[in-house]
Design a protein around this ligand. Sequence first.
Ligand code: SF4
Length: 332
Amino acid sequence: MTDRHISPDVRGAAIKLKGAHGSCYFLQDKRCRIYNDRPHFCRAFPVNVFVGWRIQLNANLSCRGIGLPGESLEDIGNDLLNGFGQERLASETATAGRVFSDFIRNCRDAAVSQSFTSLRETGKLLGDELVDPLGLSRLLTYAETGRTAQNSPARDIVKRVRRTDPEANIEERALIDGTELFDLPDLSLLPVYVDEQLTWRIYRLVGKEIVEYALAEDGKIDERLRTDPSNVELITMNGGAKAAMKDYVGTVNSRDCFLGHAAYLCDSENYDFNFAQVYLGALANNALDLWWRSSFLAHLKSKDELGPAEIREGLVFFDMDLLDLPTIGAFI
Ligand code: SF4
């Protein structure tokens, strides 16, 4: 590691501060040992800049410090943008804009295109379906089987989704996808949940059980408990939980990086599906993933109903991973 790597002025350079199992090398007793010289990325956290066909600021909602007094996300965002300078931002946007133009042309050639505005409008109109078991089943079935003409208006897509038979078994999918999440041999790749006491918890599938470990800063792991994932069901959400989840899904629907992720999926599926199917399928899968993670954490605390606080915990566990998804466009 050189001075340059930890200079707060270096932007956009890749840095690797990994200690054991991915914890930061400079972390000690839950404090940063180089706080005044911490790198640019840490200064900006939880705000980051996404460059797609335009520039958008995102906040990482996994951060437990969001909303604490004395911290203005807007100020951090403005500092970030000023620090990059107009020239760099213009050049990054021109590069990413070309990739998006290629994507749009490919969609048009395959007759699967959909305007970004109508996709977002559709996501908004389907907000209730995205937090409801039947609605999620309809959306996932539509994503796989619904035929959609290119450039359909939002209201037509919504009608099509609402007319779809809800064939997808969401309990089964949530369990399979949720369990797969923890089926990785490398501990540093497992999703991290930072609990209320700021202890890092990681979960790994071992045989047929999910094992919870507390991860210490020196990389030592301490087994806490074991649970059988087949006992984890999607726990019923009360009205407050549904409102919290709808609010979050609305945020995801407005993120350019998420649209870029759906574009990435559309491209990797060889433009076989209308972009609306891919986009809504990804939105529904993310809502289901958040519901399952919230249920998983609540199950460990023996809760039998999800309220807004349980969804918030699920979000702390989830949003970090969502912002890590492969995407067209880039965080700089
Ligand atoms: S702020 Fe956190 S991640 Fe950044 S250098 Fe310090 S300890 Fe590491």
